[in-house]
Structures are given as structure tokens and as C-alpha cells.
Design a protein around this ligand. Structure first.
Ligand SMILES: C[S@@+](CC[C@H](N)C(=O)[O-])C[C@H]1O[C@@H](n2cnc3c(N)ncnc32)[C@H](O)[C@@H]1O
Length: 504
């Protein structure tokens, strides 16, 4: 297969030992189906497992194993693998067919029992809709939207739809595990499929790989779901290449993210704060778009060359409660700047000009892709946030209170949990404007007032702010949220840019 074809079909085959471990954790009875069977590694492991329980391999290969693939070569390879194992002719492996089960559903396998399958296993293709050159073209998307309705959103990955298909294929009591990108755990557009899994079944276990099974490619996980009513039991956690047991976690409910399941595995403290409202109650939270980036390209100069310019703040210049504009170089529009400023007169008309004028107010700017939430305060209001910074604009009276919230350890821990699986590298917080707006406010107003004062003191001290002030802010805000300081404070401080600056 050409490399390009592999990408179009999402054809990255699973190592045999990983497939065998997942099958062992999932398959209790047949018949077994792999809706995207590739070369048949899951079906072969399932066949061996069923035969180990006393079934005759010939009967297993001819009546208990079902598969599909859009690639005829893959179908042939699977038939040969199963036939070789069972000692029969490949033509007798009638349950493995060339098809796209997302489109044909249960009718893909007319000889399968009408009650459904005892197990669904496999590794469906990971095909994000926005990735160019994938098979998710507009026509297909329309057909899939008709079939899967609300499960198809702007950023839906095809792999998630196979989970929904799998639930439909299972008989009552049947079990499923399909390898997924870790984004399943936290992506907004995966919420509907997470809800479907919990609505139709029970999450028995979650496999979470930190060992890089698909070296250099997407990080993966696999929910192990049983088509049965929720019985209150905890979710078993299995980790890394050998699916080692790693304890249990409370089962998620509703359509919220599943980051809480893996928080402990990622070393993120789990917090249950006492809260009263959310950031969005006190502030307008927005993120700029592409046009707000490109609309500034011809309007930026060095501060020394322009009187009356507004400081341009890039993501790289934002540290917790500190802006490094003018003291560290910035990158913008393909070049390095010492102290970039925007000339408002050069962006005088149109939507970008209106956006620029709107941003001329006291605000907090939040950076993306960081290990703790990094938010700086622009108390004078003049700075211009460069996309993808998130802008939080409260009533000026609440500015320092919101700064304290965003600088607090509990909020960083909550943001890390909600980002689990979404960051480009594990452990990075990746927040959208909507998620920032949803971050909770603390219930204890008097401690929060102290936190606001501490945040302002750190801001005013700038680079000189001593570690003790940061710790005090951390402790006060843990108190404001009613959560124990340890181990949260240590986790937060280890990842904090100020601790590195002070220790070096
Ligand atoms: C990630 S590979 C995994 C294959 C196999 N499950 C394994 O782990 O070895 C995905 C497979 O899905 C197939 N495929 C892609 N889109 C498909 C679709 N819509 N229906 C069925 N198979 C599909 C590809 O041809 C490829 O063989």
C-alpha cells in the first residue's frame, strides 16, 4: 500500500500483542466482529481465544468470526490468516467481507445472528474531518450525518462513529473495545458519542496507552464497554502496551469529559472544589479568529519606530501574572520583534478595526498549550491579544479576582483534567474560550478577596515576585475553593514557569 493510501484509509495496523491483550480483556463469547479488520489481527486473536475455551477452530472460523474492510487486499489477508489458523480454505471464511459498515450497518453480515454480536473489537481508522486528503469528503459526510445524526459534528473523528456502530452491533450483554484517539476523552465533538456509550452500555474498563504503541502517531486509548445497564461499579484502568491494571476510577456520567478517569495516571490531582458560578458569569470571554491575526500584519512596527502604538502580546509573551512584552523577543508574521506595537490608525476600518477597539479595555489574557493555566493581566487595557490568546474582559472591579481564579492551582488542575487527551503532548492544558468561560469561581468570597490581593501583588512585583508570594496565592486560592493544598500545590508549583525562573 502506498503511504498516501494508508493515510486516506487510516490503515495503521495494530501490533499483534496489543490486539491479543485487548481481545483478552473484551471477548467473553462469540460471535465476534471487527468492522475494520485490516489483516485480521484482532479476529485471529479472538478465534484463538474462543478455541482455548473448547470451541472447534473450523466452526469458529466459519460461524463465529465476522469482519469487514474497504480494502479488498485486507479482506483477502484476513481470510487467509483465519483459514490458515483453522485449516480450511479462505473461501470458507464467509463472515469477512469487503464493505463499509458505517454505511451498511448490521446488514453488512447477513449470516450473523439477528440478536447481535457477543463482542466487537478492532482498531478503526482515525480520520478527523478537517484533515485534508482523508476519506471524509462532503458527500460521505452528508450520508453519515443522515445515519448518525447528532453524533456527526464539525470535528468528528470517524473512529468515534465506529463506537456508535459497535454499540448497535452488540447483543445484550455483549462487550466491545475499539482503539480510539485519546481525544475521545475530552473533545467537545465526542461528547455525543461518550453519551451514547454510557446511555446504551456500561463502561467496564478503559485502556490508556502512555507507551506510544503507534510510535510517533496518535496517542490511543480504548473504552471496554458492555451492553448492559450501569450497576454503579467503578471503571477498571488498564495502561500501556501490556494493559497492566492500574486501579479504578469513578464511572463518568452524562456527556462531560472523561479526563477524570485518567487524571491520576497523568499525575493530575483530582479536586472537588466548592464553587459558586463560573468565569463567564463575570466576564466576556473570546478568542480572536484568523482575520484578527492576519489583519494586523501590515499594522505592526517596533515600539521605538512608532509613537502611540498598542503593545502586541503573543502567546509566547504570556506567563502567569506577568507579561514579557518588551523584555523577551516575540515572533509574529514570520519575524522576530523586540517590542512589537500595533498602529491603530493602520487598521482603521472594517471588522478587525472594530475588534481592536473592543479589546481596548482592562483584561486578562490566557495562553494555550501550557502545563498550568498561564494568564496575565492588562490592567491599563491597551495591549492587543494575538490569536490564539483567549481574552477575558470583566468589569474592572473584578479584574484581580478573575486573575486570581485563573492563576489558582484548583483551576489549573480542573483545566488539565478537561484537556486530558486533547493537548498535542500529554500533560498540556488546551483551553477554548468556551472552556475558560465555564471554569468555576470559588465559593469562599473572603479568601477569594485575599487571593485577588495576592495576585495583584505578584503582578506588581513582576519578575521579582518571590516564590513565597506565589505559594501564598496558591494556598489562599485552595482555601477559597475549599480543597486540600496537598498534593495540588506541589503539582502546580512543579509545572509553574515562575518556579523554574526562581530555581535557575
Ligand atoms: C487502523 S487500520 C487497523 C486495521 C486492523 N483493525 C488492525 O488493527 O490491524 C484500519 C483499517 O480500516 C480500514 N478502513 C478504513 N475505513 C474503513 C471503513 N469505512 N470501513 C471499513 N474499513 C475501513 C482500512 O482499510 C484499514 O485496514
Amino acid at each position: 500500500m502506498q503511504e498516501g493510501d494508508r493515510h486516506v484509509r487510516g490503515a495503521f495496523y495494530t501490533p499483534a500483542d496489543v490486539a491479543a491483550s485487548l481481545v483478552a480483556a473484551t471477548v467473553e463469547r462469540g460471535p465476534v466482529v471487527d468492522p475494520t479488520c485490516g489483516a485480521g489481527v484482532f479476529l485471529l486473536a479472538a478465534g484463538i481465544g474462543l478455541a482455548a475455551r473448547g470451541a472447534d477452530p473450523r466452526g469458529v472460523a466459519t460461524t463465529q468470526l465476522f469482519g469487514a474492510d474497504i480494502d479488498p487486499v485486507a479482506v483477502h489477508l484476513t481470510r487467509c490468516a483465519l483459514a490458515g489458523w483453522a485449516g480450511i480454505d479462505p473461501a470458507e471464511v464467509g463472515g469477512v467481507v469487503e464493505a463499509d459498515p458505517l454505511l451498511t450497518g448490521r446488514s453488512t453480515w447477513p449470516t450473523a445472528p439477528t440478536a447481535g454480536f457477543g463482542a466487537v473489537v478492532g482498531n478503526p481508522p482515525f480520520l478527523g474531518q478537517l484533515r485534508s486528503g482523508t476519506a471524509f469528503d462532503a458527500d460521505r459526510r452528508r450520508v453519515l450525518r443522515d445515519r448518525f445524526t447528532d453524533l456527526v459534528g464539525a470535528y468528528t473523528d470517524a473512529a468515534w462513529l465506529f463506537l456508535a456502530l459497535g454499540m448497535d452491533l452488540l447483543a445484550p450483554g455483549g462487550r466491545m473495545s475499539l482503539i480510539q484517539p485519546q481525544s475521545l476523552l475530552s473533545a467537545r465533538d465526542a461528547a455525543a458519542v461518550r453519551g451514547r456509550l454510557l446511555g446504551w452500555g456500561r463502561l467496564d474498563a478503559l485502556w490508556f496507552d502512555r507507551s506510544g504503541v503507534f510510535a510517533g502517531r496518535t496517542d490511543v486509548c480504548a473504552p471496554v464497554v458492555e451492553r448492559a445497564a450501569f450497576d454503579g461499579s467503578e471503571v477498571r484502568l488498564l495502561v500501556d502496551r501490556h494493559l497492566e491494571p492500574a486501579g479504578t476510577a469513578a464511572a463518568p456520567t452524562g456527556t462531560g469529559g472523561w479526563g477524570g478517569l485518567v487524571a491520576a495516571l497523568l499525575g493530575i490531582p483530582v479536586v472537588s472544589p466548592s464553587v459558586d458560578g463560573c468565569v463567564g458569569d463575570l466576564a466576556r470571554v473570546t478568542a480572536g479568529f484568523r482575520q484578527h491575526y492576519y489583519g494586523l500584519v501590515d499594522a505592526v512596527s517596533e515600539d521605538a519606530d512608532l509613537a502611540g502604538g498598542r503593545p502586541l502580546v503573543t502567546t509566547g509573551l504570556v506567563d502567569p501574572l506577568r507579561c514579557r512584552w518588551g523584555s523577551s523577543p516575540a515572533r509574529f508574521a514570520g519575524r522576530r520583534w523586540s517590542a512589537p506595537v500595533v498602529d491603530p490608525d493602520a487598521v482603521a476600518v472594517g471588522e478587525v478595526a472594530a475588534w481592536l477597539a473592543e479589546r481596548n479595555r482592562p483584561k486578562v489574557l490566557v495562553a494555550a498549550q501550557t502545563r498550568v493555566v498561564e494568564a496575565m493581566v492588562d490592567d491599563e487595557g491597551g495591549s492587543v491579544p494575538l490569536t490564539p490568546l483567549i481574552t477575558v474582559e470583566p468589569d474592572p472591579a473584578d479584574l484581580w479576582h478573575l486573575a486570581a481564579v485563573l492563576a489558582s492551582p484548583p483551576v489549573s488542575a480542573l483545566a488539565a483534567v478537561s484537556s486530558a487527551g486533547a493537548g498535542r503532548s500529554t500533560g498540556r492544558i488546551r483551553l477554548t474560550a468556551r472552556q475558560v468561560a465555564a471554569l468555576p469561581l470559588p465559593a469562599d468570597r473572603s479568601r477569594w478577596d485575599d487571593g485577588a490581593e495576592a495576585a495583584r501583588a505578584i503582578h506588581e512585583a513582576g519578575v521579582e515576585a518571590p516564590a513565597g508570594e506565589w505559594r501564598r496565592l496558591g494556598e489562599v486560592m485552595c482555601g477559597a475553593y475549599g480543597v486540600p493544598t496537598m498534593p495540588l500545590l506541589d503539582w502546580w508549583w512543579t509545572a509553574h514557569p515562575a518556579s523554574r525562573a526562581i530555581n535557575t
